[in-house]
Design a protein around this ligand. Structure first.
Ligand code: S6P
Ligand code: ZN
Length: 149
């Protein structure tokens, strides 16, 4: 299993208020989320699964959230399964059509192929969810970094 830690300094471009980001970074560098990934192979047909933990908190008016990404392989759908906490999954296709879906314990969120996805912790506790997706999906963060949701 691989552990990935995303601190505010790793994703400062993804937040709207750069003033708020810099103000917080002067004093501390909070962990926004952690991802635990299990990958058996990168082969087509195999599956990859992760647990994501998003901490509670805000940067200005925005809640702690994941960076958000499209899958590089456009045919790759994904399923999220809520484990604890409360939040929203934001989905958006390439035409800019958007959908917001609640995520909480025991709730399944389906992410269709070629939809960008970002998850936001709107609660006071940690938001934890499991995700399952094709091992060859790949991640493209650039469009979201530049244009947001
Ligand atoms: C992978 C899946 C999740 C996210 C994780 C962090 O396809 O959607 O495991 O990677 O929730 O989000 P992000 O946007 O930083 O990769
Ligand atoms: Zn994904």
């Amino acid at each position: 299993m691989k552990k990935l830690v995303r601190k505010l300094s790793d994703m400062k471009d993804f937040y709207k208020s750069q003033k708020e980001v810099l103000k917080i970074l002067e004093k501390r560098n909070p962990v926004i989320y952690e991802v635990y990934e299990t990958r058996h192979s990168d082969k087509n047909g195999d599956l990859c699964y992760t647990t994501t933990i998003i901490y509670p908190g805000k940067i200005g008016k925005e809640y702690f959230m994941t960076k958000g990404h499209f899958h590089k392989n456009k045919n790759s759908a994904e399923v999220y399964f809520g484990l604890s906490g409360r939040g929203k999954s934001l989905l958006m296709d390439k035409k800019g059509n958007k959908k917001t879906v609640e995520i909480k314990k025991d709730k399944i969120v389906y992410i269709p192929p070629d939809f960008a996805h970002r998850t936001v912790n709107t609660g006071k506790q940690k938001l934890r969810f499991l995700s399952v997706y094709p091992s060859d999906a790949g991640h493209d963060y650039e469009a979201i970094r530049k244009n947001g949701f």
